[in-house]
Design a protein around this ligand. Structure first.
Ligand code: C2E
Ligand code: CA
Ligand code: CA
Length: 815
């Protein structure tokens, strides 16, 4: 985690560094400048010292020269020759010593011979001065310290007859020093170097030459003790040296006294520069103070200036996390600090942030909305609003898990409409959709709130019942659902009758898998369908076997037709009152090469709604025509064959052209073919059915309603149809003799049907008693094992002559 340093502090830091740098630079350059000024001042002093020395030196020399020239001039009166001069000098020597501070006098004649001297000792270097004076005819001046420093002048003197003599004079330095002291204001002394080079000799080793005042002596001593040992004589000559002593500042300048290259005697000037030095320091201190003050003031000014900026920035910074927390309105209500006069970037930032919050909020809402929609798409069926398959998985999983917590059971019902496809195919998808919406509503209404229904896909729904105590409770709900759909559905002014097939699986096992339960309920649902629909079935493990069988059947059926494995069995129908043969019902059979004879119950429901069923149907219709022709050839004319027509077949657009073609091919009308339709087939899509029936009727075909009593048993709609025959279901006939209710159903149905001008066929007549009872009820036609079991087509033709005598079937008139 990095350390946090707020922006204003960072800026402050940067600016401080900048200010510091700038002020250090400025201060430094000022101080430098000041130092240089100070150095320049020192140099000026040095130059001045040097100049003064020269000037005074020059002055003194000129004075001496003038004096002696004047002296020579005046003594002409006494004879201007060398003797006179010597005489005069001897006389005046004391005067000269006293008033002119002359130490010694030497007079050389034109032969450079010492003619007169105040001191017989002539310093060696003086002779070379004298020689030079003779040669150059110009006076020479030099300082020599043997041992006391003196000024030596050699002056040429013009005597009589152009004779030249040279006067050498030694002069004390006192006067020069006094003059210099007056001119420069510096304390002065003469120093002696013991030997060696200027550049190698430390200046502090120089010795003071007497005479000197004791105060001066003390000052010089204390200054020299403070002098650094590495400061050489050459250094001091070149640039002087500054030394602080007793709160005084001194500048020491040094000039060589002797003209020779390596003078060993020096004149030092000690300037008291305390005042200028103090000024210098005071100035520098002032600069430093100014600089520090400027920095401090800038900091304060900056701090004050940025304080508000900082507060404004902080206020934004503190409010920004609200965006992350999606507290948009709070973010916008946040009170920002705005600038006093002019808007600036921070104001822009605030505006942008506010805009951003609005934008973000709307985006967020959009996302939320979209997510909800996606969830709905993902979890709910868009058409009927029930949870969809995904949601079912989710809910069911939770419900199964819930079994671990209670001792209850859970039921999964798989619900499928028996004839939805017809509605969709013949009325279009809009009606189909409306149907599903209404169906979903009915399902939802039927179940409790704790249960839930889902649309599984197409016309399939899954209902999950939770917290069930017994199987009975579950089947009661299933019954309720079945009954709920017995009432017709009204969609855009039309009535639709549908039945439902329900498969149920019940479990109390919390380990159960969702997929398994649904598959099992689905299988049970197919069992209901196989049993004719409009019922529920409870799942049994054997159903797995059937499913496997179904798949095989579907795969094998197409080849079965081509391989002549399919054939008809024909069951006779007789007029009960006379025993006369009325016709045959053609019942399909599959002679499977491996499985043997497969009854239609095992493959018709499997093929229902499939393309194979239609193929099979066309095969059957054509076969019926063939059978009629064959029987005719055998002499059994005007027979009638009832063919069972599946729902998909009736609605197949090819049915009409196909049958027309058969009529042409077999050269007959449709009157000998009776088409058997179940109630369910008819009611599912009554308008289309009616129109098809009308067209078929035109071709001569007749219709019967099969299995009457098991479906809607509504005679009302039968009135609208061109139906000739009603076939009372076998279940009523078989129960009729023992069960009064069944008997009443049969008798009232017969009565009503006859009133509508139709005939009744009683199916499944198995006993004499049944036949007698039917006869009493004036039921016209009977069909059943008692009369004859269905006879395979290939056996029938041989049997016909034996069975039919004078149109009576198998002596049935004898009863
Ligand atoms: P269904 O149309 O009700 O046919 C009558 C069924 O009752 C036949 O069974 C017949 O053998 C049986 N039956 C007749 N008399 C008696 C009797 O006295 N007692 C008993 N217990 N049964 C009797 P099958 O042949 O097994 O046919 C079953 C169903 O298969 C038929 O019921 C029909 O719905 C369907 N089916 C048969 N052939 C065809 C066909 O060619 N096309 C279509 N679409 N369905 C067919
Ligand atoms: Ca039938
Ligand atoms: Ca039947």
């Amino acid at each position: 985690m990095r350390l946090f340093l707020s922006l204003p502090w960072k800026i402050l830091g940067l600016l401080s560094a900048f200010f510091l740098l700038v002020s250090v630079l400025i201060t430094n350059s000022w101080i430098n400048k000041n130092d240089q000024d100070f150095l320049a001042l020192q140099k000026q002093l040095r130059d001045q010292d040097q100049r003064q020395l020269q000037v005074i030196d020059e002055l003194l020399r000129n004075r001496v020269e003038s004096w002696f020239e004047a002296f020579v001039h005046f003594q002409k009166n006494y004879g201007n020759n060398i003797e006179a001069s010597a005489f005069f000098l001897g006389n005046e020597y004391e005067f000269l010593q006293l008033h002119w501070q002359i130490n010694n006098l030497w007079l050389f004649d034109s032969q450079q011979k010492l003619y007169f001297s105040s001191n017989p000792q002539v310093p060696g270097e003086l002779l070379s001065d004298v020689m030079q004076t003779f040669q150059q005819q110009r006076s020479q001046a030099n300082v020599r310290c043997h041992p006391v420093c003196e000024q030596f002048f050699s002056i040429p003197l013009l005597l009589n007859q152009g004779e030249i003599a040279v006067l050498a004079v030694s002069n004390s330095l006192q006067e020069t020093l006094a003059a210099l002291n007056r001119a420069t204001g510096a304390d002065m002394a003469v120093l002696k170097m013991a030997g060696g080079q200027w550049s190698e000799t430390p200046a502090k080793t120089l010795k003071i030459q007497p005479p000197l005042a004791s105060t001066q002596q003390q000052l010089i001593d204390s200054l020299f003790t403070r002098m650094k040992s590495d400061t050489s004589v050459a250094d001091v000559i070149r640039q002087g040296i500054r030394i602080e002593n007793n709160q005084h500042a001194f500048l020491i300048n040094m000039l060589p006294l002797e003209k020779s290259v390596q003078s060993s005697h020096f004149l030092i000037f000690i300037h008291d520069i305390t005042e200028s030095s103090q000024l210098h320091i005071a100035f520098q201190t002032k600069i430093l103070w100014v600089s520090v003050t400027v920095i401090c003031l800038s900091f304060i000014a900056f701090f004050v200036l940025t304080q508000r900026l900082q507060r404004r920035l902080l206020s934004i910074t503190r409010s920004l996390p609200l965006l992350a927390e999606k507290r948009y309105s709070e973010f916008r209500q946040h009170q920002y600090i705005s600038s006093y006069l002019f808007a600036d970037e921070i104001d822009n930032l605030q505006e942008s942030a506010t805009l951003l919050s609005t934008e973000l909020e709307s985006l967020d809402n959009q996302i939320e909305h979209n997510t909800r929609e996606l969830e709905n798409i993902a979890m709910y069926d868009r058409l009927c609003g029930l949870p969809n398959r995904n949601m079912l998985n989710h809910l069911l999983k939770a419900a199964i898990a819930g079994l671990a917590r209670n001792n209850k059971q859970l039921a999964v019902m798989f619900l499928d409409f028996d004839n939805f496809r017809k509605i969709n195919d013949s009325h279009g998808h809009n009606i189909g959709d409306s149907f599903l919406i209404e169906a979903a509503r009915r399902i939802k209404e039927t179940i409790r709130d704790s249960d839930f229904a889902c649309r599984f896909g197409g016309d399939e729904f899954v209902v999950v019942l939770q917290h069930q105590e017994s199987q009975q409770g579950v089947t009661q709900v299933a019954d309720k659902l079945l009954k709920r759909f017995h009432k017709p559905l009204h969609i855009v002014g039309q009535r639709f009758y549908v039945t439902t097939s329900i498969g149920i699986v019940i479990t109390d096992n919390p380990q159960e898998q969702v997929e398994d339960l649904i598959r099992q309920a689905d299988m049970a649902m197919y069992t209901s369908k196989d049993l004719g629909g409009d019922r529920y079935s409870l799942f049994t493990p054997e159903m797995y076997q059937r499913v496997i069988g179904r798949v095989q059947i579907e795969n094998e059926m197409r080849e079965a037709i081509d391989n002549n494995e399919i054939c008809f069995a024909l069951q006779p129908q007789i007029e009960i009152s006379t025993g006369k043969l009325v016709g045959f019902e053609a019942l399909i059979r599959w002679r499977h090469p491996q499985k043997g004879l497969i009854p239609p119950d095992e493959f018709i429901p499997v093929l229902e709604n499939s393309e194979n069923m239609i193929q099979l149907g066309y095969w059957g219709l054509k076969r019926a025509f063939t059978i009629l022709s064959t029987m005719e050839e055998l002499g059994f004319k005007n027979q009638r064959i009832a063919v069972n027509l599946s729902a998909v077949q009736l609605l197949d657009p090819n049915l009409l052209p196909f049958l027309k073609q058969q009529l042409i091919d077999f050269n007959r009308d449709g009157s000998q073919i009776e088409l058997e339709l179940t109630e369910r087939t008819v009611v599912a899509d009554i308008d289309t059915t009616l129109s098809i029936m009308a067209q078929l009727k035109q071709l001569g075909f007749t219709f019967s309603i099969d299995d009457f009593g098991t479906g809607y048993s509504s005679l009302a709609y039968l009135k609208q149809m061109p139906v000739n025959i009603i076939k009372i279901d076998r279940s009523f006939v078989s129960g009729m003799t023992e069960n009064r209710a069944d008997m009443q159903i049969v008798s009232s149905t017969i009565a009503m049907v006859q009133k509508l001008g139709m005939k009744v066929v009683a199916e499944g007549v198995e006993t004499t008693a049944q036949l007698r009872m039917l006869q009493d009820m004036q039921c016209e036609i009977g069909q059943g094992y008692f009369i004859s079991k269905p006879i395979m087509e290939y056996e029938l033709y041989d049997l016909l002559p034996e069975k039919i005598k004078n149109g009576i079937w198998n002596n049935m008139d004898k009863l």
